[in-house]
Ligand binder design. Sequence first.
Ligand SMILES: [Zn+2]
Length: 137
Amino acid sequence: MDYSAGQDCDAWCNKCKMVLRHVIHAVVEGKPVRVECKTCRGIHRFKASQTATAPRRTRTARRAAAPKEDKTLLEWERLTEGKTLDDGRRYTIFETFEAGEFVVHIKFGLGVVKTVQASRKVEIHFKDGVKTLVHSR
Ligand SMILES: [Zn+2]
């Protein structure tokens, strides 16, 4: 049906934050364009419902860390459970490390030696992830 000025219609009121009865003030091509809220007496543009306006979506905060990083962190937490920096040997390139040994690196903190590689390299699992470092120099 076509509306005309002076009629009542249901419209969204931005002040009352709900759909309420409004008095139509202006009609264009049979549709209300300007309405007056019967509750707050506010005069505003016609909106059928709240969703007719630009929806304000709350973005769900996504964790920045990728699943792979989470996995290495969980693994590190498991490996170093109950350990402190006092339990690790201080890392320098002159020391020789063995797999399973706890290492304290000045930058990366506490880590666990995963594997000892050829050409004097060790893979150490730090909180940040697995790093390959030199040793036995
Ligand atoms: Zn209102």
